[in-house]
Design a protein around this ligand. Structure first.
Ligand code: ZN
Length: 505
């Protein structure tokens, strides 16, 4: 009879093969969004469909199921916190999710979403929802089929989709934390709107030459700890970060010469994701716990570097002289405080990725509610533009002038990523709670940032978050590090501490 070590070794070697194959898909997807000529789209869709099917077959092989079952039955892989036990737990979770989905459905979702993304680009360019509507209908139907195949204990199909991005999270729990956040944020947004203080944002739409933006953003990403010898930065329509594998992490951004924050904070954001990828334990690569903990935890890293660090006064104490010498045409004669106010302008806006730290969470809540209705079958996709616009009018007090600035703005639905949006706001809350804990342990973070010292924070995140990968589920990881379950309060406290002085509230 095979020993436990032999069975465990076979489990890991099978998992590693699937991980390597999936990383080939990641590379092809990166290429699709950066350099692929439009004519290659259909061929690429077939390549990705084939690979998705192959990965699915590896992860659903009966032998893998036998190994997981046998190892669980033996129960001799160490104490509860042993990484081997965590690998087995995560393998079981993934195997169960994968075996419930027929290969046909997996391949169809991959093929349809690959084609849908090209139609979405076209639809957004022309602000023409009708171009995208048939694709959205097909995707929603496929995701409903997926949710039904996965099953959902409490009769909430959305739970099945959410769990893929945020293991263990429940729609009702997310809705509850969001409600607390909303209750505290709405009066804050209102107070800011009523304030007579208005930052001069026109500073940010002066001319910032594209090449100089690239150089400056790269320097900042390197300063906070993104390693360019193990990563790169390219351009794409929708910025993203993808970890291809150990030593290879790719970031993208888009430049607008008349809008400084877009690319700069976009790069800091994606670099935050990249620092997480680069901080994963290399020896765990290809094992079930070798990945980041969840999308929400991933987002906590990007938002922390983008907002809590990158939009802090201390960060610009260090970087502002460099910004002034890089962009003399735009920033000559502009004081640091005016610049700091401008990059922290809070006002309701249409585009989520350009939204400020405060209203951003309200953009997420709108998508979260729409998605739940789409997946429940309560909302026909054809009605999305009208419902979207009504929600913006109600929550943010503004109505999108067209669908490009409304329901067509985000790539997620064309990619089949329903259930993904709530992780952004969860990420903001994780980030604030982790940042509070980092401050308790490292002392005055602002004093460090003002001297350009970002290594202590990065090291703390490496040691407490990154290196564990998926060893702990997100709720446990947060509680383990911060000593408390997830709460919206640290985020609200942090936003008040920052914005009340800026707006003299
Ligand atoms: Zn992100």
């Amino acid at each position: 009879m095979a020993s436990t070590n032999e069975l465990y070794g076979e489990l890991l070697s099978r998992w590693r093969k699937a991980t390597l194959l999936a990383s080939c898909s990641s590379q092809l997807s990166w290429d699709e969004q950066t350099y692929l000529p439009p004519g290659g789209a259909e061929h690429r869709a077939e390549q990705l469909g084939l690979l998705a099917g192959m990965v699915h077959e590896l992860l659903t092989s009966p032998r893998l199921g036998e190994l997981i079952g046998e190892l669980q039955q033996r129960g001799d892989l160490g104490e509860p916190d042993d990484p081997r036990r965590a690998n087995l737990r995560e393998a079981r979770r993934r195997y169960d999710r994968a075996t419930k989905l027929p290969t046909r459905l997996v391949e169809e979702i991959s093929r349809v979403t690959s084609l849908a993304q090209h139609n979405w680009v076209e639809a957004r360019k022309n602000s023409h929802f009708e171009t995208f509507r048939p694709w959205l209908e097909r995707i929603v139907a496929l995701k409903r089929e997926e949710a039904a195949a996965l099953g959902h204990g409490d009769g909430v199909p959305y739970d099945a989709l959410l769990d893929d991005y945020e293991p263990g999270a429940k729609t009702a729990d997310v809705a509850r934390v969001f409600a607390g956040l909303r209750k505290d944020l709405v009066p804050l947004v209102q107070a800011i709107r009523n304030s007579s203080t208005r930052p001069n944002v026109s500073i940010l739409s002066r001319r910032y030459p594209k090449d100089a933006q690239g150089t400056f953003a790269r320097a900042a990403a390197a300063a906070i700890g993104f390693r360019f010898d193990e990563g790169r930065l390219d351009e794409s329509a929708h910025p993203f970060c993808t970890g291809i594998g150990p030593g290879d992490c790719r970031l993208t951004t888009r430049y607008d010469e008349r809008h400084f924050p877009g690319a700069f904070f976009g790069v800091l954001h994606e670099a935050g994701h990249g620092i997480y990828e680069q901080g994963l334990d290399r020896t765990a690569y290809g094992t079930p716990i070798g990945d980041a903990a969840s999308l929400g935890v991933h987002e906590s890293q990007s938002r922390m570097w983008e907002n809590f660090v990158g939009r802090s006064r201390a960060f610009w104490t260090h970087f502002y002289p460099q910004a002034q010498s890089t962009f003399p045409e735009a920033l000559d004669g502009v004081g640091k405080d005016d610049f700091y106010g401008a990059i922290n302008d809070v006002r309701p806006s249409f585009i989520r990725v350009e939204a400020d730290e405060v209203t951003y969470n309200l953009h997420i809540m709108i998508r979260f509610e729409l998605e739940q209705r789409l997946i429940a079958g309560d909302l026909p996709p054809a009605d999305v533009p009208a419902v979207w616009n009504a929600a913006y009018a109600e929550v943010l007090g503004i109505t999108p002038p067209n669908d490009a600035q409304g329901c067509l703005q985000d790539i997620h639905w064309s990619g089949g990523l329903l259930g993904y949006f709530p992780t952004y706001a969860l990420g903001n809350m994780y980030a604030a709670q982790l940042f509070e804990a980092a401050r308790r342990s490292l002392g005055d973070l602002d004093a460090l940032f003002a001297k350009g010292e970002f290594t202590p924070l990065r090291g703390w995140l490496n040691a407490n978050v990154h290196r564990f990968g998926r060893q702990f589920v997100p709720s446990r990881l947060i509680e383990r590090i911060t000593g408390a379950p997830l709460s919206h309060r640290p985020l609200v406290a942090q936003l008040k501490a920052k914005f009340e002085p800026i707006y003299r509230l």
